[in-house]
Design a protein around this ligand. Structure first.
Ligand code: NAD
Ligand code: G3P
Length: 326
C-alpha cells in the first residue's frame, strides 16, 4: 500500500483547520489552503484562525493561497461548505494529477442538481478519485485533540484504507468503508434532523420529545438510505446514527443551535454555517422523488421557508395516523 505522505486541505474554516491539525498529528506534511490571500497571511502569521478561537496551528502546517501548491499534495481534503464544493473543486481541477484522491469533508447535498458530494467531485474533477469523510466530530473537539471517530468512504477500498492510514492517530480514528452513498446520506440528513431537535428543545417540549424526535428522525434517515442502497451497518454507524445522536443532543452543533433559536422565537445566530438549512429543501425533494416519507425533515423545510409555524408543524407531526413502528 503506497503511503500518502502529504495532505492538502482546501477551505481554511473551522473544519478545514481542525483537519489540517489531524493530518499534522498523524505525521503528514500538511498544506492548508485559504481562498483569500489576506486570510492565508493572517493565519500563517498568527498561527491561529478566528474560526477556531483558542486553538494554535500545528507548527508544521504550511498555509498557502496558491491552489497549484495545494494540488501537489498526495491527497486533498475539501472542507468548504457543501454548496461551495463544486466551485472549489472546479478551481482545483486544472492543477490535479490523474487519479489524485479528493476527499469531500462537507455534509450536504447540492441544491438544484440534487447531487451528493462525491458526485459533485466526479463531475468537477473527472480525473480525480473521490472519497468522503464524515461522522460525529465538532471542529473544536477535533482541533483540541479530543478523541473522535469518523467514517472514511471510497468506492475503491484500497484508497479508503490508505486515507485511514494517512489521517488516523491515537485521538482520531477513521473507519473505512466502500458505502459512499450511505455515508453521504447520513451526514446530509442529520443536519436537517438536528434543526428539528433544536426546535423541540427551544420550545421546551422535554427530553422525552427530543429522544422521540431523534429516533423517528433516524427512521427517516435510514429509509432514505435504504432507497439509495445504503448498508445498514453504515446507517447505524458513525456517519449515520452516531452523528445524528451527537448533533441532536447539544447546542454545540450549529444546526441544533439554529433550531433552538427558532424554537425560542429568536433570530438564529448570524455568521454560523448551519448546513441543514441549505440541505432541508433538497433532502425533501430527493425523498419525494424516491417516494420516501420524511415527515420530520419536511416539517423543518416547511418551517424554514415560512410555509407553517412551529406550532402547526408540531401539531402536524403529532396528529399523523398511528402506525406500526418502522
Ligand atoms: N465545524 C465543524 O464542527 C464540522 C465538523 C464536521 C463537518 N463539517 C462540515 O464541513 C463543512 C465546512 O464547515 P466549517 O465549519 O469549516 O465552515 P466554516 O464556515 O468555518 O468554513 C468554511 C470555509 O470554506 C471557505 N470556502 C468557501 N468557498 C470556498 C471555495 N470555493 N474555495 C475555497 N474555500 C472556500 C470559506 O472561506 C471558509 O473559510 C460543512 O459542510 C460542515 O457541515 C463541519
Ligand atoms: O455544528 P454542526 O451542526 O455543523 O455539526 C458539526 C459536525 O457535523 C458534527 O459532527
Amino acid at each position: 500500500m503506497t503511503a500518502l505522505n502529504s495532505i492538502a486541505v482546501i477551505g481554511a474554516g473551522a473544519w478545514g483547520t481542525a483537519l489540517a491539525g489531524v493530518a499534522a498529528r498523524a505525521g503528514r506534511n500538511v498544506i492548508l489552503y485559504a481562498r483569500s490571500a489576506e486570510t492565508a497571511k493572517a493565519i500563517a502569521a498568527k498561527r491561529s484562525n478566528p474560526k477556531l478561537p483558542g486553538v494554535t496551528l500545528h507548527a508544521s502546517i504550511e498555509v498557502t493561497n496558491e491552489l497549484k501548491r495545494a494540488a501537489s499534495a498526495d491527497a486533498i481534503l475539501i472542507a468548504t461548505p457543501a454548496q461551495s464544493l463544486r466551485a472549489a473543486v472546479s478551481a482545483l481541477a486544472p492543477h490535479l494529477s490523474d487519479g489524485a484522491p479528493l476527499v469531500a469533508c462537507a455534509k450536504g447535498i447540492e441544491r438544484g442538481t440534487h447531487k451528493f458530494m462525491t458526485e459533485v467531485i466526479a463531475e468537477a474533477a473527472p480525473k480525480a478519485r473521490a472519497a468522503i469523510l464524515s461522522g460525529p466530530g465538532f471542529a473544536d473537539d477535533v482541533a483540541r485533540g479530543l478523541p473522535t471517530a469518523v467514517t472514511l468512504a471510497a468506492d475503491d477500498e484500497e484508497l479508503a484504507k490508505r486515507l485511514v492510514q494517512a489521517l488516523g492517530s491515537a485521538t482520531f480514528r477513521p473507519y473505512h468503508t466502500t458505502d459512499v452513498r450511505g455515508v453521504e446520506i447520513g451526514g446530509a440528513a442529520k443536519n436537517v434532523l438536528a434543526i428539528a431537535a433544536g426546535i423541540s428543545v427551544g420550545k421546551n417540549l422535554g427530553a422525552s420529545a427530543q429522544a422521540a424526535l431523534t429516533t423517528r428522525g433516524f427512521s427517516e434517515l435510514a429509509r432514505l438510505g435504504r432507497a439509495f442502497g445504503a448498508r445498514s451497518e453504515t446507517l447505524v454507524g458513525l456517519s449515520g446514527l452516531g452523528d445524528l445522536i451527537l448533533t441532536c443532543s447539544t447546542p454545540q452543533s450549529r444546526n441544533f443551535a439554529l433550531g433552538q433559536a427558532l424554537g425560542r422565537g429568536l433570530t438564529p445566530p448570524s455568521g454560523k454555517l448551519a448546513e441543514g438549512a441549505f440541505t432541508a429543501p433538497v433532502l425533501v425533494e430527493l425523498a419525494a422523488a424516491e417516494n420516501v416519507d420524511m415527515p420530520v425533515s419536511t416539517a423543518v423545510a416547511d418551517i424554514l421557508r415560512g410555509a407553517v409555524t412551529i406550532d402547526e408543524a408540531v401539531e402536524g407531526l403529532l396528529t399523523r395516523p398511528f402506525k406500526a413502528e418502522g
